[in-house]
Design a protein around this ligand. Structure first.
Ligand SMILES: NC(=O)C1=CN([C@@H]2O[C@H](COP(=O)(O)OP(=O)(O)OC[C@H]3O[C@@H](n4cnc5c(N)ncnc54)[C@H](OP(=O)(O)O)[C@@H]3O)[C@@H](O)[C@H]2O)C=CC1
Ligand SMILES: Cc1cn([C@H]2C[C@H](O)[C@@H](COP(=O)(O)OP(=O)(O)O[C@H]3O[C@@H](C)C(=O)[C@@H](O)[C@H]3O)O2)c(=O)[nH]c1=O
Ligand SMILES: [Mg+2]
Length: 283
């Protein structure tokens, strides 16, 4: 797809977008620093693009607790400004958000109208970004996803492979539940949504998208060890036994029916995608 402008170049989702649509224009931090929202606006206004995706974000969940201002500018002020510029030139804008906007209460999967109540700075700044985008007007969509993995960049799969080679046992939280999501699936979902929004200028809003089936971090870790043929044993622990600066939701399950109904996008099986990612890492 030509005429597509993407904020982000090196992240997991941006890398998969670049594979799917190499002809799009990808803006790295060197060209568009989200710490400078006004600069991002200028680039968009001068770009003559047909559609915009934001795949850049401040994603260091624990570090955000001690850098709330930086996280807010990147995750809220910049996406809000980008949405305003996209609205001004009349092009659709797709942004990515997170399960961490929820407090994780209960056991039912969250749908798009569920009450948000982020537990940490990262989730709070991502929620502020969603709200700023909605208030900016224009044609926008926010894709909330969870537990992203790919062969590139930093993610839970890469961490587990590294630790799994070094240790005989790993203690992993078993009381946080959600859907691991392959970055290529998110890239494909963003592109399908952009195409649909270009052909129907009334389409947009918040949508949930995650891989299936839901599991726990310990369940995810166990499948990684099994598929990678590592003998490292995964020991189930509670969140209380793994203290971190940021609190994380216990229930990150996302109800993904709306995106299937409105865009025909199905939940990918993360186990099959994990297999492909491990093969790619091994090459
Ligand atoms: N990772 C996850 O588990 C999840 C991610 N998400 C959301 O998905 C989206 C994509 O995440 P993902 O691909 O995993 O991100 P990554 O953590 O892989 O990469 C983050 C990207 O954002 C860029 N970035 C960070 N700060 C700035 C800045 N100030 N200016 C410009 N670029 C910046 C990074 O650039 P650089 O390489 O220069 O640092 C990098 O390209 C984000 O909106 C994220 O919030 C949602 C749920 C789960
Ligand atoms: C390394 C490790 C982590 N854990 C736990 C900590 C945490 O609860 C869980 C996952 O660890 P991570 O550091 O990958 O988690 P985290 O960085 O919080 O992952 C989140 O990133 C942001 C960007 C999102 O939007 C979320 O959807 C989610 O993917 O596993 C263990 O229990 N044992 C371990 O050895
Ligand atoms: Mg992390």
């Amino acid at each position: 797809m030509s005429g597509l402008l993407v904020f982000g170049r090196t992240g997991q989702v941006a890398t998969e977008l670049a594979r799917a649509v190499p002809e799009a224009r990808f803006l790295g931090r060197d060209e568009a620093d989200l710490s400078d929202p006004a600069a991002c606006v200028r680039i968009l206004l001068a770009s003559n693009c047909d559609a915009v995706i934001n795949a850049a974000a401040y994603t260091a969940v624990d570090r955000a607790e001690s850098e709330p201002e930086s996280a807010h500018v990147v995750n809220a002020a910049a996406p809000t400004a980008i949405a305003g510029a996209a609205a001004a030139v009349g092009v659709p804008f797709v942004h990515i958000s997170t399960d961490y906007v929820f407090d994780g209460s209960g056991e039912a999967p969250w749908n798009e109208t569920g009450p948000t109540n982020p537990l940490g700075v990262y989730g709070k700044t991502k929620l502020a970004g969603e709200q700023g985008i909605a208030a900016a007007g224009g044609q926008w969509a926010v894709l909330r996803t969870s537990w992203v993995f790919s062969a590139h960049g930093g993610n839970f799969v890469k961490t587990m492979l590294r630790l799994g080679r070094e240790r005989e046992t790993l203690r992993v939280v078993a009381d946080q539940h959600g859907g691991p999501t392959p970055a290529n699936g998110i890239a494909a979902a963003c592109l399908t949504m952009i195409q649909a929004m270009l052909s129907d200028r009334t389409k947009g809003g918040i949508y949930h998208f995650s891989g299936a089936p839901d599991t726990s971090w310990a369940g995810f870790a166990r499948e990684i060890m099994a598929q990678a043929e590592l003998s490292c044993r995964i020991e189930d622990i509670t969140t209380a036994e793994y203290p971190t600066p940021a609190r994380r939701p216990a229930n990150s399950r996302l109800d993904c029916h709306a995106i299937s109904r409105d865009f025909g996008i199905a939940r990918p099986d993360w186990r099959a995608e994990l297999n492909k990612v491990l093969a790619e890492i091994g090459r």
